[in-house]
Ligand binder design. Structure first.
Ligand SMILES: Nc1nc2c(ncn2[C@@H]2O[C@H](COP(=O)(O)OP(=O)(O)O)[C@@H](O)[C@H]2O)c(=O)[nH]1
Ligand SMILES: [Mg+2]
Length: 328
């Protein structure tokens, strides 16, 4: 499902952004305050109704949908356009993580102050978006994820249910931040959060984003939310065993990477620097036990002009990284 395009990622992203900008002009350049970003892979029959069901405003702020479709062999992109979304098409399939990373970048470039993510398969309830963005607008959080553990889920699959709990416990222990759901696709965040954390996972990005957000000191909150069963098509993530194995690799890989980064002073890393530093053996002993920086502070800088102003960081340990191509 996911191919390795790591070498050409930036070239692929740049070409897709150019085409997107040419197609949508001012609509892409001057986004409303909220961008609802959806990664879609062959979701014909589902993406149209999902986009149509999205709210025009979230917490009173105007919203626009950005759909990133990569390597589709069906009419996903056409259907999303007809439903009113801004659609970014990528000719090769890279995975949900790469698609979301590109969507985040389009949202930031267009000046959206807040990003909401949801899935193209109708598993999430758009009426719950308001409750996720509200704590951010109230200045209480920088990143809010829905939680099926606090809310509800339709699946009866015991393996998936157990997986959600095991991964929540694992990430809670590794990071010191209690979370109850680490893979919920309905989330809200301040846009700059997505430019600050390092996002390099092409497919299973949920854990990388969450761990990155926590270890950068952004304030994380959860709200009860619902996940329905998929009614059209099937999961693109493989069977439970493959999903669990791939997700575990991302959890421990990201935790280790962030531990190294923080042991090295907590500065954002430039592209390609990670391997270099790892090979030089700069890993210290301090990483895991280090208290999270800025937990009590409001993180981030530069909310989009269209967004209401929020509290600024007080003593945040590190500024958002806007220079890393990998973090876009
Ligand atoms: N653009 C893009 N989207 C993807 C890809 N893989 C999954 N998605 C989308 O990511 C969302 C979640 O994927 P899904 O297969 O439903 O995963 P699950 O809900 O965890 O089983 C859906 O909107 C998919 O269309 C991909 O390779 N490219
Ligand atoms: Mg799904």
């Amino acid at each position: 499902m996911t191919n390795d395009h790591s070498g050409g990622d930036e070239a692929i992203d740049s070409a897709a952004i150019r085409a997107f900008t040419e197609e949508f002009g001012d609509r892409a350049a001057k986004l409303p305050p909220v961008a609802i970003v959806i990664a879609a892979f062959n979701e014909e029959g589902s993406i149209g109704p999902v986009v149509e069901a999205l709210p025009a405003t979230v917490c009173g702020l105007e919203a626009a949908a950005i759909v990133v479709s990569d390597g589709a062999v069906d009419s996903t992109a056409k259907e999303a356009r007809q439903a009113g979304a801004l659609v970014c098409e990528v000719p090769v399939n890279r995975g949900q993580g790469a698609a979301l990373r590109l969507g985040y970048r389009l949202a930031r470039d267009g000046g959206a102050g807040y990003i909401v993510t949801t899935d193209a398969d109708g598993q999430y309830n758009p009426a719950e978006i308001d409750s996720l963005l509200a704590p951010i607008l109230a200045g209480q959080a920088d990143f809010v994820t829905g939680s099926r553990t606090m809310g509800s889920e339709e699946t009866k699959d015991p393996v998936r249910k157990l997986g959600v709990r095991v991964f929540a416990l694992t990430i809670s222990v590794l990071t010191g931040q209690r979370v109850t759901d680490t893979t919920f696709g309905l989330r809200a965040m301040r846009s700059e959060v997505t430019g600050a954390v390092c996002l390099e996972q092409p497919q299973y990005q949920a854990a990388e984003l969450l761990i990155g957000v926590i270890t950068h000191g952004f304030r994380v909150a959860e709200r009860p939310a619902t996940i329905h069963r998929r009614t059209v098509g099937k999961s693109k993530k493989g069977n439970n065993a493959f999903y669990a194995l791939s997700f575990s690799k991302v959890v421990f890989g990201t935790w280790w990477r962030e531990r190294q980064r923080r042991a090295d002073g907590g500065k954002p890393w430039a592209p390609g620097e990670r391997r270099e530093r790892g090979e030089r053996g700069l890993v210290g002993d301090s990483g895991a036990a280090e208290p999270l920086p800025g937990r009590a502070a409001t993180a981030g800088t530069g909310a989009a002009p269209s967004a209401p102003s929020l509290a600024r960081p007080a003593g945040r340990a590190e500024p958002p990284d806007t220079r890393s191509a990998k973090s876009t």
